[in-house]
Design a protein around this ligand. Structure first.
Ligand code: SF4
Ligand code: FES
Length: 257
């Protein structure tokens, strides 16, 4: 085992640099350190000016995503050992504007997330006196996979379509729309379909599939988008074959399984 390892880190300090540069840091190598530990070592011991985001250190908050040797990863869940003998190149997530060093600007995703209405929509709420909306374990299993998303943005950094066409709603926002579409308490499928059938919606995806490869939570956004395409096509055929029936019932028109 080596005693030291080198990290080449993307630096961009807008008050000092017009263009980003890479800065090398040699740090002690420890088998039990993840990339985030290495960044914290640099910040605490070598260069306090380094900026990056993290919070939970346990793969839950989704804030520590970065490009490591060209691949989007959660830095709190990726061991230094994987990249021996180094050097390890650490960059901000691809496809996003950089605010400073390894910190990206995420407001585009936040706008898109709101656009797909990721919340329970009811046509009519029942009175409280009738009790809660019940759900069986089987109904929970219908959408649980999509609810595991931690908004880490790795899938956007891996998506070549988002890289080329920033109007694309993108993998995680569409997977989160599906999280609510498959929830038996929700009645908002039709509204979401209207938003996602437009330019920038599901049809922009060409099924490269890298989003699902890099997702640390097994959400499979590529699969979610393909299921959406099937539902949209079913709705289109129904509107052709049964123009009198397809408009009224959003749940049926969306191809409820
Ligand atoms: S779908 Fe996966 S990769 Fe994309 S934001 Fe959610 S957890 Fe991260
Ligand atoms: S620090 Fe929270 S996911 Fe990595």
């Amino acid at each position: 085992m080596p005693t030291n390892i080198t990290l080449e880190i993307f630096r961009y300090r807008p008050e000092a640099e017009t263009e980003p540069v890479f800065q090398s840091y040699e740090i002690p190598f420890r088998k039990d350190w993840v990339i985030l530990d290495a960044l914290n070592y640099i910040k605490d011991n070598l260069d306090g000016s380094l900026s990056y985001r993290w919070s939970c250190r346990m793969g839950v908050c989704g804030s520590c995503g970065m490009m490591v040797n060209g691949t989007p990863v959660l830095t709190c869940a990726t061991f230094l050992e994987k990249y021996l003998p180094g050097p390890i190149r650490v960059e901000p997530l691809k496809n996003f504007p950089v605010v400073r060093d390894l910190v990206i600007e995420m407001s585009d995703f936040m706008r898109k997330l709101k656009h797909v209405k990721p919340w329970i929509i009811r046509e009519e709420e029942k009175p409280l006196s009738e009790g809660e909306y019940l759900q069986t374990p089987v109904q929970l299993a219908d959408y649980k996979q999509y609810s595991m998303c931690i908004n880490c943005m790795l899938c956007y950094a891996a998506c070549p379509i988002y890289g080329l066409e920033s109007s694309f709603t993108g993998p995680a926002a569409i997977a989160l729309a599906q999280r609510y579409n498959f929830d038996n308490r929700d009645q908002g499928k039709k509204e979401r379909m209207e938003a996602l059938s437009q330019d920038g919606g599901i049809w922009e995806c060409t099924l490269v599939g890298e989003c699902s490869v890099v997702c640390p939570k097994g959400v499979d956004p590529a699969g979610a988008i393909q299921r959406y395409k099937v539902a949209s096509t079913t709705e289109w055929w129904k509107s052709l074959l049964m123009p009198w029936g397809a408009k009224g019932d959003g749940r049926k028109a969306m191809g409820e399984r």
